[in-house]
Design a protein around this ligand. Structure first.
Ligand code: AMP
Length: 625
């Protein structure tokens, strides 16, 4: 990419952030004009396209509200024009809701372009321009021409910092495609990233810009895929300029994978032969093209890996790396301390904020610390509204914004250009893909403006209690799982008196810990020491909980992205001690409720110091309910 192209992209970003109000108005106008006659909007707008009427009559909805429409389309019972006029080319499969199956989000040919670049954080910056966005179709050249060209002050853009990386080297990114799901209508549902990997434009740049061959990205066995992607990344170590994956948890898993498997990786490099357990034909084919005996490299890597401390190992393994490109904000912030340890001072760059519903924002200050990252909204992809959150968010010891409460101030929404710095909001989108006043489920805190476009810090998901990777588990999910499992105690004459949960990411992969306080149904209330607990039953309780957790949890367990769920049985009185702790810290006794999820070290220590027995789920959860 020539400097001029970068300059024009940056100029374009400057223009769209300056003209945010007009762009948003045009975008909504066009969505309504096109789709006012759809069955969905007709019910609220009766064919009209007025913005005020839209806000008055069209309800704010969650996925559950539009699911019946999506299901009718996906099941072939209705044409997609019940929701949107533009023809669908398929659905995006989101990574999962807090309660159930992944969401199906309609995709049109145009919106597919928008999400195409999600796996390429810094090229997202480039693609945020026409024809990437919606803006160019709206004859906005005219608007652009009216703008006096400004010198951009995006300051620390990736390009400015690191130069043109395609000239400097390759990306060693752990990328995984998921098989498409065919809906009864014949329309395919696929993860946004998988669709991007299938794009011919991606495949064309893959060999030049990435160390992972196509076959390894599409290998259905995650372990074989990871092994091969790391192997090929190590072989091409001198060419690697960026290490990454979409989310920080995956990068960390990759480093730990090398920590556990480096001897075997080195032996493959030494002999030029891939291990027999790599049975995937695509991976073996790729290996046959790339892997040649290289004892010198194997010895060097062995030397590096056998050192005592793995601090800064990434720099040693890939000496030309400029940065780690991966989302480190939100749920991923918990992984950054460990990642920093392994990366030895390499910048952690969170390039974008995006979801299956749309490409929402980019990070224009790539060198910000993960806890300080503010994303700048792209005003040209979807129409935004913001629902103010009643109480402000607070900042915790990691400088991560935490949500005190998710109650909304009222149902009046605020337009993009009218949000207030310091205020937390829930994001609503109206998109050209048939989403109208749709709650994405994320909370953000506005930190300022770039021109007329807000910048924000990602706060978190609505209603999420636990998450050790990208999955989100709500309080309701935990409640349901515990209710199923505790029934197994009944025949033993035991009752579960109190419980709480904790997302343990102290080891990788992380796992769910459920603290249980148990007492006999009748008679003695004495402290038990856990000896009378039948391990078989307790393990079954762990598995039962896993079986009743949501689809994404069970899938992640199967793929070893999450480790086995653990029950820690605590002494009687442990939860009383927890209550005393919270009350001594200012909680009102009359309003005290045992938290469903423990978030602080202190509270965790109170329970951990009273653990009398630990049990783990012995099997992966049932996949098909
Ligand atoms: P999906 O719909 O499966 O693509 O997941 C998108 C979700 O991932 C968003 O709604 C956010 O909750 C989360 N997410 C995406 N980008 C970021 C980011 N930069 N920081 C924190 N969370 C993110």
């Amino acid at each position: 990419m020539a400097t001029n192209d970068y300059e024009s992209v940056l100029k374009m970003l400057e223009e769209i952030t300056t003209n945010a109000r007009q762009i948003q108005e045009q975008l909504l106008g066009e969505i309504l004009r096109k789709n006012a006659e759809t069955e969905y909007l007709q019910g609220f707008l009766h064919g009209q396209t007025d913005k005020q009427l839209f806000k008055k009559n069209v309800p704010i909805v969650t996925y559950d509200h539009i699911k019946p429409y999506i299901d009718r389309i996906a099941n072939g019972k209705a044409s997609s024009d019940i929701l949107l006029v533009e023809p669908l080319i398929g659905f995006s499969l989101s990574s999962g809701t807090s309660g159930g199956q992944p969401k199906l989000i309609p995709i049109t040919a145009e919106s597919a372009n928008v999400t195409e670049a999600l796996d390429l954080p810094e090229t997202l910056l480039l693609k945020a321009t026409p024809p990437f966005g919606y803006w160019h179709r709206n004859s906005s050249e005219e608007l652009l021409q009216r703008q006096s060209p400004k010198t951009n002050h995006f300051g620390l853009s990736i390009y400015r910092h690191f130069g043109d990386l395609s000239q400097v080297g390759k990306r060693m990114e752990l990328l995984y495609a998921k098989p498409d799901v065919e809906t009864p209508s014949g329309l395919k549902a696929s993860a946004v990233t998988t669709r991007a990997f299938k794009e011919s434009s991606f495949q064309a740049i893959l060999p030049k810009l990435y160390t992972s061959p196509y076959e390894t990205i599409f290998c259905p066995d995650t372990k074989q895929s990871t092994y091969c992607q790391l192997l090929f990344g190590l072989i091409q170590r001198d060419e690697v300029a960026v290490i990454g994956s979409i989310f920080a948890a995956t990068v960390l898993r990759g480093i730990k994978f090398i920590e556990n498997n480096w001897r075997e990786l080195c032996s493959n490099i030494k002999t030029g032969k891939i291990s027999d357990w790599i049975t995937d034909s695509g991976c073996r084919k790729a290996a046959s093209l790339i892997l040649k005996p290289n004892p010198k490299l194997a010895d060097l890597l062995e030397d590096i890996c056998s050192c005592k401390s793995w601090e800064g190992i990434v720099r040693k393994l890939w000496p030309k790396t400029k940065y780690i490109g991966t989302v480190c904000t939100g749920a991923m912030l918990q992984f950054t301390a460990e990642l920093e340890f392994y990366c030895g001072g390499l910048p952690l760059v969170s390039g974008f904020y995006a979801c299956s519903e749309g490409a929402i924002a980019i990070n224009m200050e790539p060198l910000s610390k993960p806890s300080d990252v503010s994303y700048t909204i792209l005003p040209n992809t979807v129409y935004y509204e913001f629902l103010p959150i009643k109480e402000d968010c607070v900042t915790d010891s990691q400088n991560q914004v935490q949500l005190n409460t998710s109650r909304h101030k009222d149902t009046e929404t605020v337009d993009l250009v009218n949000v207030k710095p310091g205020q937390c909001y829930e994001i609503l989108v109206t998109s050209p893909t048939g989403l109208y006043r749709y709650r994405v489920g994320d909370i953000i805190k506005v930190t300022g403006f770039h021109n007329n476009t807000p910048q924000f810090q990602f706060v978190g998901r609505q209603n999420v209690a636990l998450g050790v990777d990208m999955e989100r588990t709500s309080e309701a999910d935990i409640l349901k799982a515990v209710a199923e499992a505790k029934a197994l105690l009944d025949p033993l004459g035991l009752i579960l008196t109190e419980y709480t949960s904790y997302g343990d990411t102290s080891s990788t992969p992380g796992h769910y810990v459920i603290f249980w306080e148990i007492k006999p149904k009748e008679g003695n209330n004495n402290n038990n020491d856990g000896k009378e607990l039948d391990p078989k039953v307790m393990e079954e309780c762990c598995s039962k909980m896993e079986d009743s957790l949501h689809f994404t949890y069970r899938m992640y367990r199967k793929e070893n992205i999450i480790a086995a769920l653990e029950i820690r049985v605590v002494k009687q009185g442990a939860f009383e001690a927890l209550l005393e702790y919270f009350v001594s810290n200012g909680a009102s006794l009359s309003q005290y409720k045992t938290p469903i999820c423990i978030k602080t070290k202190e509270a965790l220590n109170i329970l951990d110091s009273r653990v009398i027995a630990k049990f783990f789920s012995p099997r992966t959860p049932i996949q098909d309910n």
